[in-house]
Design a protein around this ligand. Structure first.
Ligand code: NAD
Length: 361
């Protein structure tokens, strides 16, 4: 067992965010390893974990965000909000989603304060992104439900039911990026009997999904061919990702403008800047806006509205890596996660996005 450390679990502050990064049982596993855990009072309420559950797990309940942020290692869900930057300091380690490519001010604040900053979304195990996957799974499933709902006339959509009816063809949907989020969105949409075209740059992925029936049709991600699909689509879900980098703009403004009025786009990739050109970040309080007659849903914390499922899924993935981090900040199980350390950008894709900031190498 390594040195005993102090871990802080502050309450989330992003608009309507109700997740918590560690469940009470995950906290128990950290305490069992000899560490102290400071939980801000009420941090788990939204996800169904009251202070008593954390106390029983061996945590200490602290009264304020500042008390939780005073710990050596802070574990969170969403990227710190501007009001939280005051807690940054050089001897702090932060383990959370950061999405720095879409957060220039946060990146600068982390560089200037010297926080050792690990991002969930860039941690790799050599195959995939194990700390992004659980939330991409939740967000992808949610995107199908959200898209279906927003197409209703009551929500300002075109009044198209995804599955169609006898004598009426199903709605056409296009999913951009058939990774974790895109695959789950496609499964949900097919479950509602929509017609789904899956788009990716990875032929191997398209081949697999073509064979296993996740989608009705596949399309390689090339602008001219894609434009024809988007023009006909009732719903487009954006889920393209280049890890750490700004999302590639796959659906252009002209493509969006060609869609039927009342059609819907849900851009999950908005947390990395968006893969639909007309997408700009929205909140759970004000999730949509209309541009070119098309309803845009671009919420950056979609899983925040399913906090029970999402917190349990996130915590299961985070807890074992947190234990590694507490024992050894350079543990191989954290590969790719370190984004900023000692006042410089460490992750190559983030460094490329912000060439004006000091970087390693
Ligand atoms: N908005 C939210 O609340 C929310 C929640 C969870 C995840 N996300 C985001 O969803 C996005 C997808 O995450 P994921 O875990 O599914 O990633 P992933 O790595 O599993 O999949 C990304 C896919 O995009 C494909 N891709 C890359 N460039 C492309 C291009 N030019 N055209 C088409 N496809 C392309 C890749 O080949 C890959 O198949 C990320 O930005 C992630 O942060 C958002």
């Amino acid at each position: 067992m390594g040195e005993a450390r102090i871990v802080g679990l502050p309450a989330e502050t992003k608009d309507r965010e109700r997740r918590v990064a560690l469940t009470a049982s995950a906290v128990a596993s950290v305490v069992d390893r000899g560490h102290r855990v400071l939980v801000q009072t009420g941090a788990g309420d939204g996800a169904g974990f009251g202070d008593d559950a954390y106390k029983e797990a061996g945590a200490e309940i602290v009264g304020s965000a500042a008390d939780a942020w005073a710990a050596e290692v802070v574990v969170k869900v969403k990227e710190p909000q501007a009001a939280e930057y005051d807690h940054f300091r050089a001897d702090l380690t932060l383990f959370t989603y950061l999405h720095l490519a879409a957060e220039p001010e946060l990146t600068t604040a982390l560089v200037e304060s010297g926080v050792r900053s690990y991002a969930y979304e860039t941690l790799t195990d050599g195959h995939g992104l194990p700390l992004l996957a659980p939330m991409s799974e939740v967000a992808g499933r949610a995107a199908a439900i959200i898209g279906a709902e927003r197409l209703s006339a009551a929500e300002g959509g075109s009044g198209t039911l995804l599955g169609g009816a006898a004598g009426v063809p199903p709605a056409k949907t296009v999913v951009i990026g058939l990774g974790v989020a895109g695959t789950m969105a496609a499964r949900g949409l097919r479950g509602l009997d929509a017609h789904v075209t899956g788009v990716d740059i990875d032929l191997e992925r398209l081949w697999r999904h073509h064979l296993d029936g996740t989608v009705d049709a596949t399309q390689i991600s090339e602008p001219a061919a894609l434009a024809a699909h988007v023009r006909e689509a009732d719903l487009v879900v954006g889920a393209a990702l280049v890890p750490g980098a700004r999302a590639p703009v796959v659906v252009t403004e002209a493509m969006v403008a060609s869609m039927r009025p009342g059609s819907v786009v849900v851009d999950l990739a908005i947390d990395q800047g968006g893969c639909i050109e007309t997408a700009r970040p929205t909140s759970l309080s004000e999730p949509t806006y209309v541009e070119h007659g098309v309803l845009h849903y671009c919420v950056t914390n979609v899983p925040g509205q399913f906090p029970r499922t999402a917190s349990a899924a996130l915590s299961a993935a985070v807890a074992p890596r947190l234990l590694r981090l507490l024992d050894d900040p350079d543990h191989p199980a954290l590969e790719g996660a370190l984004n900023v350390a000692d006042g410089v950008v460490v992750h190559p894709a983030v460094a490329t996005t912000f060439p004006h900031l000091p970087s390693r190498g």
